[in-house]
Design a protein around this ligand. Structure first.
Ligand code: NAI
Ligand code: MG
Length: 350
């Protein structure tokens, strides 16, 4: 089958790592005749904004909706406020395409020696609610600049939202033959929304007799991430808790240069979007220092999403083999450039 892919390189190192990911896909196609990926790239980014005063054309979302998936680089440029690039570009895509799952593998690759993951076998997945919860625009502020100044920020949790993300987590655990799901909560202190969270998570868990549900308060869970990161299998978390745990998890296993993510629309009604966790990294742009691995791994997640776990595994093996051989960019302690690391990965794959 043909995968119709929209590529959005974005800004800064987003463009540098996207070039390599597209090269990877074209090599995969060349050597594996069972897969066909048709790619169209769109240069909707901060440059586009400076010219047109918008991040994408008015029919941008409609254009993207015709694709099976979106491969995204990173967005952000100091000439455009970050809230614009995020709220007028990434957020509309996530919301319009109902990408209510943020999927983050936290896996220690062979050869990675972060002081935190040393000699432990870390391999778990964070399933973060990506559409509601703490990240809402409901609220307001009063008494500007007076001593009584205050702000209220409401968190919105729904039965459907919690049920959908929890079901995704339990289905994922079932598919992978795993035995437990860990829920991040704080229902001792956040007594309305988080008690609803606990209740619905438990209701879903009751439907899966073979999978154990563990529940931890978020503060204790953060400590366990550092002390016993090898004990987790699947974690289900609200938008805010999942966001924080994801970056903590990524730091445990090697950092931003390698961390991938997927924004998934589980019904398949809309395209899902695959992107590295990192941003446009203005401090290293143009220096050939960007690690392409996070973008490669995100591409692997995309192929896995379309049923090609076999190719995804090959990509990961090639990445690991390059790291083990010390063929890495400076963020992983090596001296190679983006292009050289990419070539190392390609050579090991084909
Ligand atoms: P960042 O992720 O761009 O950079 C943080 C640090 O990590 C920098 O020192 C950078 O050099 C390093 N780094 C990041 N990716 C790397 C890679 N692949 N290889 C080697 N080193 C890497 O985050 P920062 O500096 O907070 O944000 C920069 C811009 O990116 C801002 O405009 C921000 O809004 C945007 N951003 C965009 C995101 C997205 O497109 N999803 C996510 C995060 C930030
Ligand atoms: Mg984050």
């Amino acid at each position: 089958r043909t995968i119709h892919l929209a590529a959005l390189p974005g800004d800064g190192i987003g463009k540098e790592v996207m070039v390599e990911a597209l090269e990877l896909l074209s090599l995969i196609e060349k050597y594996d005749h069972t897969i066909n990926v048709e790619i169209e790239a769109f240069n909707w980014n901060s440059e586009f904004y400076l010219k047109h005063n918008k991040m994408m054309p008015d029919n941008g979302l409609e254009t993207l909706s015709a694709y099976d998936a979106i491969l995204f680089g990173a967005i952000g440029d100091k000439r455009v406020p970050d809230y614009i690039s995020i709220w007028e570009f990434i957020m509309p895509i996530r919301k319009q395409f109902k990408q209510y799952i943020n999927f983050r593998p936290i896996k220690q690759l062979k050869g990675i020696n972060s002081p935190l993951c040393n000699s432990r076998d870390i391999d778990f997945t964070i399933i973060r609610e990506n559409a509601e919860g703490e990240y809402s625009n409901i609220g307001g502020s009063l008494f500007d600049k007076t001593n009584d100044e205050l702000a209220v920020q409401n968190s919105v949790m729904t039965r459907k939202g919690i049920k959908d993300v929890t079901t995704f987590a339990f289905e994922y655990a079932t598919d992978k033959g795993l035995s437990k799901v860990t829920s991040a909560t704080k229902s001792n202190a956040i007594i309305h929304s988080m008690r609803l969270w606990d209740k619905i998570v438990q209701e879903v868990a009751d439907e899966y007799k073979d999978i154990k549900l563990n529940s931890f308060y978020i503060d204790a869970l953060a400590a366990l991430f550092v002390q016993k990161p090898d004990t987790f299998e699947v974690i289900v978390a609200s938008n805010l808790f999942g966001d924080i745990l994801s970056d903590l998890g990524s730091a445990l296993v090697g950092g931003l240069g390698i961390s991938p993510s997927a924004n998934i629309n589980p019904t398949g009604e809309y395209p899902s979007m695959f992107e590295p966790v990192h941003g446009s990294a203005p401090d290293i742009v143009g220096k050939g220092m960007a690690n392409p691995i996070a973008q490669f791994w995100s591409t692997a997640l995309m192929l896995e999403h379309f049923g090609r776990a076999d190719i995804s595994k090959q990509i990961l093996h090639a990445i690991e083999s390059s790291i083990v051989a010390g063929k890495t960019t400076p963020d992983l302690g090596g001296t190679l450039t983006t292009k050289e690391v990419s070539n190392e990965v390609f050579t090991r794959m084909f």
